[in-house]
Design a protein around this ligand. Structure first.
Ligand code: SF4
Length: 282
């Protein structure tokens, strides 16, 4: 059981040798946890623990890098300044962070040493750290991922994350405090959250939250995603199993789907007056 009382999540404390690591998403990424309690069914980050936790279901384990702040304290003094993404292969504000506070300690240190920081989370716990962000507004941006506004679908695909309405609330609060904000809409789930109606609702919600800009992404074939999705689809949406298989593994079908989705997103963004704020990831 984890610190928040969630059963079936095995938490163990480990030591890390480095924490400020190079990343394709920014100059660096920091992950104070290996594994993620949120357990998103489509999570692309599961590849990161394929050797340390082979065969263990994603979302059922978290390694807590208990010495991350001490390691970072050394690294900020010897590594070149650069933008840091929090976090790339876990959610830095997953439930255990309420107890461990490692992401907060690392964030504080990064800002003290003037590293620019991009945050992306699915947990309203991040609001706890807005005091740090407001004191370094020129160096930070804060984003939340929103996949769907349908709470029952959210519970199914992102079981231990905060409800989307909570994420939208903290996003709006960050903007109100003068922090640069963005939303990450995705991955849009074929047949579940990618209809024009769903996308229009998502765009309207993030517009109302006052975002500065917004990424939109489709579902992509990444390590371990298909077995996870297939299990969920077989149980809850069996009619979509073949649809997903085709979109993930048939390049032509995926491209055709993508072209249609891009056209829809662009048209809907224009209607919302958001066309200059949308960044497509595909
Ligand atoms: S919050 Fe992010 S890292 Fe965590 S399970 Fe979900 S997609 Fe993966």
């Amino acid at each position: 059981m984890d610190s928040s009382g969630k059963e079936n999540c095995r938490v163990r404390e480990v030591e890390c040798r480095s924490v400020l690591n190079k990343s394709g998403l920014a100059d660096y990424a920091i992950n104070c946890y290996a594994g993620c309690e949120h357990g998103c069914v489509y999570c692309y980050a599961r590849f990161a623990t394929r050797f340390s936790h082979p065969g263990e279901p994603w979302g059922s384990f978290v390694d807590v890098k208990a010495n991350a702040p001490q390691v970072l304290a050394r690294e900020v003094k010897r590594k070149r300044l650069g933008r840091v993404f929090l976090s790339s292969v876990c959610d830095g504000w997953q439930p255990g962070e309420a107890q461990y506070g490692l992401t907060r300690q690392c964030l504080e240190m990064l800002l003290r040493y003037r590293f620019p920081v991009s945050i992306l989370t699915k947990n309203a716990l991040a609001e706890r750290d807005f005091d740090l962000l407001t004191s370094s507004k020129d160096k930070v941006e804060f984003g939340v991922t929103i996949t769907t506004l349908d709470e029952s679908l959210r519970q199914l695909v992102e079981p231990q994350s905060s409800p989307s309405v909570e994420r939208l609330r903290v996003l709006q609060e960050a903007g109100r405090l003068g922090i640069r904000t963005y939303a990450f809409l995705g991955p849009l789930m074929p047949g579940l959250s990618d209809s024009d109606e769903n996308v229009a609702q998502l765009l309207e919600a993030v517009k109302d939250a006052g975002i500065d800009y917004c990424y939109v992404d489709r579902l992509n074939p990444r390590f371990g995603v298909w077995p996870s999705l297939k299990g969920m689809l077989q149980k809850r949406f069996p009619h979509l199993v073949e649809v997903y298989r085709k979109l993930l593994y048939d390049v032509g079908a995926r491209e055709e789907y993508s072209v249609r989705l891009i056209q829809s997103i662009n048209a809907l963004a224009r209607r919302q007056g958001l066309d200059d704020k949308i960044v497509l990831c595909f």
